[in-house]
Design a protein around this ligand. Structure first.
Ligand SMILES: N[C@@H](CCC(=O)N[C@@H](CS)C(=O)NCC(=O)O)C(=O)O
Length: 149
């Protein structure tokens, strides 16, 4: 609570200063480590990244709390918006990490019928095939990270 009066995770501490909100933390990490190329260079693509992350934080993240039907409707919008590749088309970015984490929770707790969200399912599979993602999931599994029911 001292670090984040809202009492929520994640909170990243940078030289003693707390930074809250997934979108802001991802933005910071992308700018702090530019070699990873997690934020596209041109203005419109950067704005699209922010658009995705705003949608994810404000609409997708709280959807589950508003009931299953609402969650399904909102994830259907995300599925339609996503299309066939990454959130920004060819460029893998922080918006994909943000989207994946939310869908990962839904996928593993609610287990949607396969085919309900075809684009999100394909995105999930592409993300799980990334070595860094597999490594993170393995670390979390080893420490017993449990999903809310
Ligand atoms: N808008 C915040 C939401 C953060 C959030 O809701 N975190 C949840 C976990 S997913 C939490 O800390 N919940 C603890 C609680 O509500 O007690 C963000 O995007 O970072």
């Amino acid at each position: 609570m001292k670090l984040n009066p809202e009492g929520k995770v994640p909170t990243l501490v940078i030289d003693g200063r707390p930074l809250t909100e997934v979108a802001a933390i991802l933005f910071y990490l992308a700018r702090r480590f530019p070699a990873a190329e997690l934020l596209p260079g041109d203005i419109e693509a950067e704005a699209q990244t922010l658009s995705w992350m705003s949608f994810i934080a404000a609409t997708l993240h709280p959807a589950r709390r508003q009931g299953l039907d609402h969650a399904r409707a909102v994830y259907a919008i995300a599925d339609k918006r996503l299309g066939a590749m990454w959130t920004l088309g060819e460029h893998y970015s922080i918006a994909d990490i943000h989207l994946f984490r939310l869908y990962w929770r839904l996928f593993n707790s609610l287990k949607p019928v396969p085919g309900t969200f075809p684009n999100l399912d394909a995105h999930y599979a592409r993300m799980m095939a990334r070595p860094a993602v597999a490594k993170t999931i393995a670390i979390e599994t080893a420490i017993g990270y449990e999903l809310p029911g």
